[in-house]
Ligand binder design. Structure first.
Ligand code: CP
Length: 309
């Protein structure tokens, strides 16, 4: 197992299985430590959050994670307020920000941008989402969520429902779950199935997965249902989006057919695909999932800064 100190986090595929489990241990340790002790862990360190794309959870949970570790935060949430608007390149932006901070968390609409940034950076770069490609910190948070809520990954029957073509959280999570022996079922509206590279990767890993059409009874034998919204901003036309809108909705009635302890997850933001009448149910795990994401980001920052072993 390699040390995390100074490492970039671009794709969970770059992490050994024992390294993923080690991050889970660090997340647990930081929570067990309590708020008062944890705020000395990264005292004096600086996190830069560089977000060229909108975000609520990823950016703010990174920032909250750094504050809870006792560090400082700088950054931007739209390129219009930076010299990018004057034509500055990604390479020059990253090299400059690396002079002002100790670790970078970034989101950018171009696939491969976080990897490109890492090649220009002398400090760790953490990928907070690159286009429709990868979202490794969401996946690590989701893994932590399943371990906390279900106690295992192996043998869990997990359904993925939604826009599986553009939904980067699913691409990264499914490839990680394949390593841990989860059973996966993919349900997508027409034309929004998992991309070929994800299918190929699951097949070569010998993953247990099926692609199916969504029906009301599909929910019956699932342990976990991971729902995603239609990624409207990545659709080719409004018409294509409207044609598929509302083609799947999880509400209290749909859950009446599910196992009593089914866990409903969603990376959020949601649109109409999970009805708010599900929110009060103990099965609704999506806000707890957002909190586990924060706890995992604390672990990632601390590990990559080398301030925890
Ligand atoms: N899950 C997620 O990436 O949310 P944000 O887009 O709000 O960061």
């Amino acid at each position: 197992m390699g040390s995390f100190s100074g490492r970039h986090i671009i794709d969970t595929a770059d992490l050994a299985t024992e390294e993923i489990l080690h991050l889970v241990e660090i997340a647990n340790q930081l929570q067990d430590m309590g708020r008062d002790k944890a705020r000395h862990v990264a005292a004096g360190k600086v996190l830069a959050t560089l977000f060229w794309e909108p975000s609520t959870r990823t950016r703010l949970s990174f920032e909250s994670a750094m504050f809870r570790l006792g560090g400082h935060v700088l950054g931007f949430s739209e390129a219009a307020s930076t010299s990018v608007a004057k034509g500055e390149t990604l390479a020059d932006t990253i090299q400059t920000v690396a002079l002002y901070s100790d670790i970078i968390a970034m989101r950018h609409p171009l696939e491969g941008s976080a990897f490109a940034a890492s090649t220009y950076s002398r400090i760790p770069v953490i990928n907070g989402g690159d286009g429709a490609h990868l979202h490794p910190t969401q996946t690590l948070g989701d893994t932590y969520t399943l371990l906390k809520e279900k106690g295992r990954l192996e043998g869990l029957r997990i359904g993925f429902l939604g826009d599986l073509l553009f939904g980067r959280t699913v691409h990264t999570f499914a490839r990680l779950l394949a390593r841990f022996g989860a059973e996966m079922q993919f349900f997508a509206p027409e034309g929004l199935n998992i991309p070929e590279y994800v299918r190929d990767s699951l097949e070569s890993a010998g993953a247990n997965f099926k692609e199916r059409e969504w029906r009301l009874e599909s929910i019956e034998d699932l342990d976990v249902l991971y729902v995603t919204r239609l990624q409207k901003e990545r659709f080719f036309s409004e018409e294509e989006y409207l044609r598929r809108k509302n083609s799947y909705i999880i509400n209290k009635e749909a859950l009446s057919k599910a196992k009593p302890d089914i866990l409903i997850l969603h990376p959020l933001p949601r649109n109409e695909e999970i009805s708010v009448d599900v929110d009060p149910l103990p099965n609704a795990g999506y806000f707890r999932q957002a909190e586990y994401g924060l706890q995992m980001r604390m672990a990632l920052i601390a590990a990559c800064l080398g301030v925890v072993a």
